[in-house]
Design a protein around this ligand. Structure first.
Ligand code: ZN
Length: 292
């Protein structure tokens, strides 16, 4: 969550009516948190956890999934892919804890064949989230799952599968449909995660137009997701670190990140209680799921 500055922050330029309606007219700026509304709660989360240097994806995602202050224990932030020290923490994550507790859990992203080819050949390393999933004994969703409607494209709409990955007949969804699909899939699980990284890419490339377009698409995804909301369903939108909210730098930022919770108000209040830093999120997810 950055400054309200059109020169550097896509959130100051993107039209996001659905996000704004959740926040009573506010945008996702640092001054917008804390916010406790009728439809959503917004808390500012510290991803730096007292460790020097800028937060990075491997440690950030591993902290989101474990609740352990890994950056403090190791003395550094690390990324994008986990080194062996970070990877060691990912044997015990929300995915493995829920799987052991008999809860239904999944990562809803679909991965194309060339992703698995890269892993099998050793040319590609898992990032922290898919590593946590596979370490839990769960499968990553494949091309077959995507074509059968059991998983979602990382770009929401499936454009990338049709235009870049060589699947011209892959299912096409507009953004609101993708949001409804995401919600419908998530409802099949006690805990489901969807990972969206195009915003990080846009931040590294400092592309204002692209970032605005991504966030306007994201807002339409949100509209579809909101159509499917009910009291049984709590949504958290968060991030492992800042980046895109300040396009004056191609590096990550030390900005607070949002914990935006959508759903039943008393569930949101309980979920976001004492939530201040990235390591508070995994325990909150755990107690919400096991108590529901
Ligand atoms: Zn990055």
């Amino acid at each position: 969550m950055g400054e309200n500055n059109q020169a550097i922050n896509p959130f100051a330029n993107a039209k996001m009516p659905n996000l704004k309606s959740l926040l009573d007219g506010r945008s996702l700026f640092k001054e917008s948190a804390p916010f406790h509304g009728e439809l959503a709660t917004l808390i500012a989360i510290d991803p730096n956890v007292g460790v020097a240097g800028l937060p990075q994806s491997a440690t950030g995602q591993a902290m989101l999934l474990t609740g352990i202050n890994i950056s403090a224990e190791l003395g550094y932030h690390y990324g994008p892919k986990p080194n062996p020290e970070v990877a060691a923490y990912l044997n015990d994550s929300l995915f493995s804890r829920f799987a052991k507790a008999g809860k239904k859990t999944a990562l809803l992203n679909a991965y194309p064949p060339r992703y698995f080819d890269g892993i099998d050949s050793g040319k590609r390393l898992y990032s922290s989230i898919p590593l946590a999933v596979t370490n839990a004994g769960l499968n990553l969703f494949t091309q077959e799952d995507f074509l059968a409607g059991r998983a979602l494209s990382a770009d929401f709409t499936g454009d990338g599968w049709r235009t870049m990955l060589g699947f011209p007949d892959a299912p096409a969804m507009d953004a609101p449909q993708a949001g409804r699909k995401l919600a419908t899939l998530a409802k099949e699980y006690d805990f489901a995660l969807f990972e969206y990284w195009a915003s990080d890419y846009a931040g590294h490339h400092q592309e204002m137009d692209k970032a605005v377009e991504l966030m306007e698409t994201f807002d339409k995804v949100l509209s579809g997701l909101l159509e499917e909301m009910n009291d049984e369903f709590l949504v958290l939108i968060t991030s492992d670190h800042g980046n895109m909210e300040d396009l004056s730098t191609r590096r990550h930022t030390d900005a607070d990140v949002p914990a935006l919770a959508i759903g039943n108000k008393s569930a949101r209040d309980e979920f976001t209680r004492d939530m201040k830093k990235i390591t508070d999120i995994a325990p909150a997810i755990w107690r919400t799921v096991v108590n529901s």
